[in-house]
Write a protein that binds this ligand. Structure first.
Ligand code: ASC
Length: 151
């Protein structure tokens, strides 16, 4: 497996908990699709880490590093898709995202931080560190979903 380019990792770590730049969307549905695509990709790279953390698949440190770097990078993206007016249509976004936006933004920042720490844990090559960071990241996902995502 090819290593993730250093630039990608450096960018993700430098961004830390800062938000990504704004995006332009022609229609609200485009913003919904953008954020859903970002979350779907994150899930695709987060779930193999969960399998390793739970022992369902063997610990593969090189793969873990790649998946966690991708998650840390993607963690910056979906937030730009929560534009005004994109609470309608094919979305589970709750109105509180917009009415309690400072709390939502705090959840997003906490998640970016957890994902950056997950990437660092995966880079240690230690399964125990990966398990701990996976669990913290997963709790961050859940905390935001509990408040801001419909069932
Ligand atoms: C996942 C996934 C989520 C989170 C969440 C963590 O793999 O799809 O939405 O983790 O379940 O609690």
């Amino acid at each position: 497996m090819k290593p993730v380019p250093h630039l990608l990792l450096a960018t993700a770590l430098l961004l830390g908990s800062a938000a990504a730049p704004a995006q332009h969307f022609a229609k609200p549905e485009d913003a919904v699709a953008y954020r859903q695509n970002a979350f779907n990709l994150m899930q695709a790279h987060f779930s193999p880490l969960g399998a390793m953390a739970s022992g369902k698949s063997p610990h593969d440190p090189a793969a873990a590093r790649l998946h966690a770097d991708v998650v840390a990078y993607l963690a910056h993206l979906p937030w730009a898709g929560f534009i005004a007016g994109s609470d309608q249509g094919d979305t589970r976004a709750r109105p509180e995202i917009w009415t309690d936006s400072s709390r939502f933004q705090q959840e997003a920042a906490d998640f970016r931080q957890a994902a950056a720490e997950l990437s660092q844990a995966a880079r240690s090559g230690e399964l125990d560190a990966l398990k701990k960071a996976f669990s913290a990241t997963s709790q961050s996902c859940k905390s935001c979903h509990d408040s801001f995502r419909r069932k």
